[in-house]
Design a protein. Structure first.
Length: 387
C-alpha cells in the first residue's frame, strides 16, 4: 500500500505557530518543546521511519520538502527535523530488534547524534565499547536515543573492529554544552561524550556498508540509498528554505525603505533591483538542483539501489552547489539591506548568520565536493568512501 501522506501540506499548517516559538528557541539555544510538539503532531517526525513500526517510509523528497517549508517558520526547528530525520533514515538499516527498541513506542522518535567517525569502537563480549567526544549533536536535548559513528580499533586481544554506527539510549551519554555560536544557535548542537559506554551488538551496524547502502539483509529501497548523498541533500532543504525566507524579508522591507540622505525610494535603485533578481535566480536554481537529486534517489529506489558512484558524486555536487548558491544569494541581499540589518532584532541578520553557519557542514564542503566531481568527470580513480 502506498503512503499518501502530504508532507509539504502538513508542514505548511504549522509555519505561523513555529514562527511564534522561534524567539524562545534562539534564547534557549535549543529548539523549544512547543516547536518539537508541533512537528510531531503534524506527522513530520515520522516521514522516513520504517512502515513496520508506524512510520510513513516515504522517499527523501518528503522530508526535504517539509524542511524547506518549516525553515520559513523556524530555521532551528527545520535543522533538527533534518538531522534527526537523517538519522532515522540511517536507522532503517539497523537490526529489527534495534528498530523495535527505538520506534516501537513512537515511530516519530527523534534521534539526535553524530554519524561521523569522531570516536572509537572496540569489540567486547556481546557488543562494543565506545569512547570519545562527538561534536555538533544537533537536537540532542530531544529524543530518547542517540546515533553515533566511530572508527574501529583493536581490543586487548588484538581483534580488529570495523567502523560502527551505533544506537544507544541518551541516558548513557554525557552532554557537554559547548554550543555558543554565530548562527544556528537554536539547534542545540552540543557535544556528546562517552567513556567505555557499552553498546550491545544488535544496536550496531558496519559503517562502511551502512554508508553505501549495502547492509546484508536490508532490502527496503529507501534504506539502500547512500548516506552521504542523501544527507547532503537533506541539509539543502533547510538551507533553501532559509534563503527563501531571507529573500521574502528583503523584498518586504525594501518596498518601504528610503535612502537616509536623499529620501528616494529604495525600490528605484537599479543596484537593489539587480541584487533581488540575481538572488531570486540563485535560490530557484538551488532548489532545482535539490529536486534533481530527489529524482535521482527515487530512480535508484525504483530500479537498482545502491546508487552507482557517478550518480552519488553528482548528487553530492548538486547539494554542495545548491548550498553555495543560497549562501551567495543571502550575502548579496544582506549587503544591500542597509545599516539596520546589523541589529539583532533584524530577522534578515538572523538569516545571514544561519546560512553562513549551516553551509559550513562537512557534507557540503565546497572544495572537497568540487574535487570529487572533477575526478569523476575526468575519470580519475578515487575511493568510493569519498562520496
Amino acid at each position: 500500500m502506498i503512503d499518501t501522506f502530504d508532507a509539504a501540506a502538513n508542514a505548511a499548517t504549522i509555519v505561523d505557530a513555529l514562527r511564534e516559538t522561534d524567539a524562545e528557541t534562539e534564547s534557549l539555544r535549543r529548539v523549544s518543546d512547543r516547536a518539537v510538539a508541533l512537528m510531531h503532531e503534524a506527522g513530520l517526525t515520522r516521514l522516513v521511519s520504517p512502515a513496520a513500526f508506524g512510520g510513513h517510509q516515504l522517499s527523501p523528497r518528503a522530508l526535504i520538502e517539509a524542511e524547506r517549508i518549516v525553515a520559513h517558520g523556524s530555521p532551528a526547528a527545520s535543522w533538527v527535523l533534518m538531522v534527526c530525520g537523517a538519522h532515522t533514515f540511517i536507522a532503517g538499516r539497523m537490526t529489527e530488534q534495534a528498530q523495535a527498541e527505538v520506534f516501537g513506542t513512537d515511530p516519530g522518535m527523534l534521534i539526535p547524534g553524530v554519524p561521523s567517525r569522531q570516536g572509537t569502537a572496540k569489540k567486547v563480549d556481546g557488543g562494543y565499547l565506545l569512547n570519545g567526544r562527538w561534536s555538533f549533536a544537533s537536537g540532542v536535548d530531544h529524543g530518547d536515543w542517540v546515533m553515533l559513528g566511530s572508527r574501529g580499533i583493536r581490543n586487548e586481544a588484538g581483534e580488529p573492529c570495523p567502523g560502527m554506527l551505533v544506537l544507544l539510549p541518551k541516558a548513557d551519554v554525557t552532554i557537554d554544552d559547548t554550543w555558543f555560536t554565530m548562527g544556528m544557535r537554536g539547534t542545540g548542537s552540543k557535544d556528546v561524550v562517552l567513556a567505555d559506554a557499552f553498546v550491545p551488538a544488535h544496536r550496531g551496524v558496519d559503517m562502511a556498508n551502512a554508508w553505501v547502502g549495502t547492509v546484508p539483509g536490508v532490502d527496503i529501497p529507501l534504506y539502500q540509498l547512500p548516506v552521504s548523498a542523501v544527507l547532503a541533500t537533506m541539509l539543502c532543504g533547510t538551507i533553501v528554505g532559509m534563503a527563501e525566507r531571507g529573500l521574502e524579508l528583503f523584498i518586504e522591507t525594501t518596498r518601504t525603505r528610503r535612502d537616509a540622505y536623499t529620501g528616494e525610494a529604495k525600490v528605484n535603485s537599479v543596484g537593489l533591483q539587480r541584487r533581488v533578481a540575481e538572488a531570486n535566480a540563485e535560490i530557484a536554481h538551488a532548489w532545482s538542483l535539490v529536486q534533481q537529486n530527489c529524482d535521482l534517489f527515487e530512480e535508484a529506489m525504483r530500479h537498482a539501489p545502491p546508487m552507482v558512484t557517478e550518480r552519488r558524486a553528482q548528487a553530492r555536487w548538486n547539494a554542495a552547489y545548491a548550498a553555495e548558491l543560497c549562501r551567495r544569494a543571502t550575502e548579496r541581499l544582506f549587503g544591500g539591506a542597509g545599516a539596520s540589518a546589523a541589529h539583532d532584532r533584524n530577522v534578515l541578520q538572523g538569516v545571514f548568520r544561519n546560512i553562513n553557519t549551516g553551509t559550513h557542514h562537512a557534507m557540503l564542503d565546497f572544495d572537497t565536493t568540487l574535487e570529487v566531481q572533477g575526478k569523476v568527470l575526468l575519470g580519475v580513480e578515487q575511493l568510493d568512501a569519498m562520496i
